[in-house]
Design a protein around this ligand. Structure first.
Ligand SMILES: *Cc1c(COP(=O)(O)O)cnc(C)c1O
Length: 362
């Protein structure tokens, strides 16, 4: 690839000195990172909570999830090392991101996804970007094992978060938060699946601890039906509406426990209905549309604030890992009223439209 094609900046240029790259590394970037840190105004006020609460909206990355930060680095290094194909197991977002960055780099991508358990937007992305999509009759954990096994027999680079460059890229989200706030927040809450992202954030906070002057308490939230960190070991049949974190055997298990201990944080679990309620709350009262798994961080933070487990007067950042458009089925399903859809069908006449407006103003 020519130098001009690769001049477009993203994470690699922005944080070059903190990443394992040199002047000759051919950066494979799509403008990832630099996502907004949005202060929540309406939700804390409505709930009477004294808190400085922000969401880091990672759904605004190029393929709609934080995975792009890690994939930028993983694919950059794979290309630098001469690899011509990448592979991953995925609940959806990793496959979308891998497919896009492979397309950008002009290499092949193979993705293993669990049959029937992937959000529609994510599948559409993987297909459009030209990945070879292998739908397996098993869950993410089975797919992950297959990827590890097959990579020993074929010339492919694994780009799941067990690839150390993934976490290197993802740690930059912590840098951006410190740049935005002038320090680290008191608490940082994330949804936890494989626990790569919480580990990456902690790495970033530790690396910039000196300039920040502090590090946050790290809190990881899981879905109750897929909560190995609460059970103290793998969960054989993980289930949750939040498919991005439907993972029973986290790949960064040890790293995440180190994060918990070093930061003085904790893990907790939320029921699917609490997760979906937080997703609706963010969409309706803040104008921020994230996917269900992402809302787990806000659902957990609000619960722990109300319970006083997170004391009043603190600053909190919640990572919103992916965009709500990823999973239109669940969004529309939730928007149904008692008698089906909430869309009002009217005649194409002024009177009918006017009546509908007046009926719904109050
Ligand atoms: C991948 C993903 C997660 C989980 O991140 P881990 O690093 O596996 O803990 C959470 N939410 C979304 C939307 C994701 O795509």
């Amino acid at each position: 690839m020519s130098q001009t094609e690769q001049r477009y900046t993203g994470l690699v240029d922005r944080y070059r000195q903190y990443l394992p790259v040199d002047a000759h590394t051919p950066a494979v970037c799509l403008g990832e990172g630099n996502t907004p840190l949005i202060r929540l105004n309406n939700i804390p006020a409505a709930l009477g909570l004294d808190v400085e609460m922000y969401v880091k909206f990672e759904g605004l990355n190029p393929t709609g999830s934080f995975k792009d930060r890690g994939m930028c680095m993983a694919v950059t290094k794979a290309v630098e090392e001469g690899s011509e194909a990448i592979i991953c197991a995925s609940t959806g977002n990793t496959s979308a991101s891998a497919a896009a960055y492979a397309a950008r780099a002009g290499i092949r991508s193979f993705v293993l996804i669990p049959e029937g358990k992937i959000a529609m937007g994510k599948l559409a992305q993987a297909l459009m970007h030209g990945a070879v999509v292998l739908q397996i009759k098993g869950n993410f954990d089975a797919g992950m094992q297959l990827v590890k096994d097959v990579a020993e027999h074929a010339p492919v680079t694994i780009v799941n978060s067990i690839n150390p460059y993934r976490l290197q890229g993802q740690k930059t989200a912590a840098f951006e938060i410190i740049e935005a706030l002038g320090k680290a927040p008191d608490y940082h809450c994330l949804p936890v699946g494989n626990a790569g992202n919480i580990s990456a954030h902690w790495m970033g906070y530790r690396e910039w601890q000196e300039q920040a002057g502090n590090t946050p308490v790290m809190v990881g939230y899981q879905a109750a039906g897929s909560a190995p960190f609460m059970h103290g070991g793998p969960v054989e049949h993980p289930e949750t509406v939040a498919t991005a974190i439907r993972i029973g055997n986290p790949q960064s298990w040890d790293k995440a426990w180190v994060v918990q201990k070093e930061s003085g944080g904790w893990f907790d679990a939320l029921e699917d209905d609490e997760i979906l309620a937080a997703q609706r709350l963010l969409a309706k009262h803040e104008g921020v549309f994230c996917e269900p798994a992402s809302a787990t961080s806000v659902a957990g933070a609000l619960r722990d604030l109300k319970a006083g487990k997170i004391p009043a007067g603190k600053s909190i950042v919640c990572t919103l890992t992916g965009h709500g458009l990823k999973d239109p089925d669940i969004a529309i399903e939730q928007s149904k009223g008692e008698d089906g859809t909430k869309v009002i069908t009217v005649d194409a006449e002024l009177e009918a439209v006017k009546r509908a407006l007046l009926d719904n103003l109050g």
